[in-house]
Design a protein around this ligand. Structure first.
Ligand code: UN1
Length: 487
């Protein structure tokens, strides 16, 4: 096994050891901005690797779950400090392996440390409720207990924030786990394993595997030792994980796609709305499930907004994601680029007009230029299906009711945003828009670490993630009737 660009081990972390895949298979990861550059060679883990990792987690569970939570938290604060100390390296590795612009990668690396610090605090929060007993000399209460071994299947697009926002609550409540990293961003996630290893986390509590979801994921889904699975990724894979795992009574949580609307009302602060539209649609090259896919603009300000947005796109800094000024870099790989370019072509065929972008940049990197469509019908593919790239569309509306109906007319419901100064519109939007994450006068993407995150309708399944919501998924509640002995 070779080492990564940064010299850190490129191995699985299982049972407290750095291990190659049992079969010795590897895969090469390349830089999406410089496809000839190999950023690392990683274990192509298989079913057996997943089995060994699950067994290690099972073995570690009794001791870890018996440890008082405040003692578990000590590892979190140490790991958080370790991530902060190497945040710049994490960010640079993230940029090199999956193309997220460095300015966003830096924030994400620090976000991971903040999540760990928040979760450490959960060690001191209640894990049950006390009730009035119906009988004398009785104590009646609930307790939240860990589940056992949990499986985390994570994507490449937030390669440190999402693994950490799943593993932090899982571990603080006393579970042990197997974490499958996104195929396209193994190095970034391995930093987390190294930071916990440096913190002295007991062996087997956290097991981290690289490789393809079709192998590692399949074992996590079918292995009876795994009590719960949290998955973030595509709709078809998520559904098959859910269907297979729930059939064996495994608990499942899914975070899937979105088709997130941004409404710009006549009273909006247009310049702020333009900034939010640009950031929401194009940062991380639109590869966020919270990205802005549709921009609905009220008639009277449509032309003004359109002009300002196109000027902002023209002024945007697009190119090498390692340049800290660059706002939009490449998409993750060639296949993703081809899919996006294919969707753009189909949208043209459906009568859409490209106002900006719409093509591959003149560079070896997999860069699709920030693309704005106009004139697409509400039932066009781009108006309702998630195309995971820097592509958004403008729509004109004439009444608030119409905007809300059209915003809601997709199968997804992850995030939604409105720019308005009108309190009635704000109140109706927050009550009626079908989305789990609602923004007023801010962009559709982004997630604070201490509040719930998750969608409604086709965007998710099971309890939401993060903040106090996470306890729902990673614990089970038992009710205790505790009667005192008679003598
Ligand atoms: C964010 O908007 O900062 O995969 C987080 C995704 C989401 C996370 C979005 N699950 O894009």
């Amino acid at each position: 096994m070779t080492d990564t660009m940064t010299g850190a081990p490129a191995r699985n972390y299982v049972g407290g050891e750095w291990r190659d895949s049992t079969a010795g298979d590897t895969y090469e990861k390349r830089n999406p901005w410089r496809p000839s550059q190999v950023t690392g060679v990683y274990p192509a883990s298989n079913l057996e690797d997943a089995r060994v990792a699950i067994d290690a987690a099972r073995e570690a569970f009794p001791t870890w779950s018996a440890l008082p939570a405040p003692q578990r938290a000590v590892y979190f604060t140490k790991a958080a400090a370790a991530i902060e100390a190497r945040a710049e390296q994490v960010a640079q590795d993230m940029t090199a392996e999956m193309g997220k612009p460095l300015r966003e990668a830096r924030l994400e690396a620090l976000r991971a440390a903040t999540i760990l610090r928040y979760a450490a605090g959960d060690a001191y929060r209640p894990i049950g409720e006390q009730y009035e007993p119906s009988l004398a000399d009785q104590r009646l209460y609930t307790l939240r207990r860990p589940l056992g071994v949990v499986g985390l299947i994570t994507p490449w697009n937030f390669p440190i924030a999402i693994p950490v926002w799943k593993l932090a609550p899982a571990l603080i409540y006393g579970n042990t786990l197997v974490l499958k990293l996104g195929y396209e961003a193994p190095r970034t996630g391995l930093h987390v394993a190294e930071c916990f290893a440096d913190a002295g986390l007991p062996a087997g509590v956290l097991n981290v595997l690289t490789g393809a979801g079709s192998k590692v994921g399949a074992e996590i889904v079918s292995n009876p030792g795994v009590r719960a699975i949290s998955f973030t990724g595509s709709v078809p894979v998520g559904r098959s994980v859910r269907d297979e795992a729930t059939a064996r009574d495994c608990r499942v949580q899914l975070e899937l796609g979105g088709h997130n609307p941004l409404i710009v009302a006549a009273s909006a602060e247009l310049d702020r709305a333009v900034e939010a539209a640009y950031a929401g649609a194009f940062w991380s090259a639109g590869q966020k499930c919270t990205a802005t896919r549709r921009i609905l603009v009220e008639d009277s300000v449509y032309d003004a907004f359109r002009g300002k947005l196109l000027a902002r796109v023209a002024a945007g800094k697009v190119g090498d994601p390692a340049d800290p000024d660059v706002e939009v870099g490449p998409v993750v790989n060639e296949g993703a680029m081809d899919d996006i370019l294919g969707a753009i072509e189909r949208a043209r065929g459906e009568g859409g007009t490209v106002l900006a972008g719409g093509e591959r940049a003149d560079h070896d990197g997999y860069l699709v230029t920030p693309t704005v469509f106009e004139g697409l019908a509400d039932d066009a593919e781009l108006s309702c299906e998630e195309v995971f790239g820097p592509v958004t569309s403008l729509y004109r509306y004439s009444s608030f009711d119409e905007a809300l109906d059209r915003a809601n007319a997709v199968r997804f419901g992850l995030s939604a945003s409105i720019f308005t100064r009108d309190l009635r519109e704000t109140q109706r939007f927050t009550s009626e828009v079908q989305a789990g994450i609602i923004h007023v006068n801010s962009q559709t993407a982004g997630a604070d670490v201490h509040v719930p995150f998750g969608g409604v309708k086709g965007s998710g399944w099971g309890p939401h993630e993060q903040g106090r919501a996470a306890i729902e998924f990673y614990t089970e509640t038992v009710t205790v009737y505790q009667d005192a002995p008679l003598a």
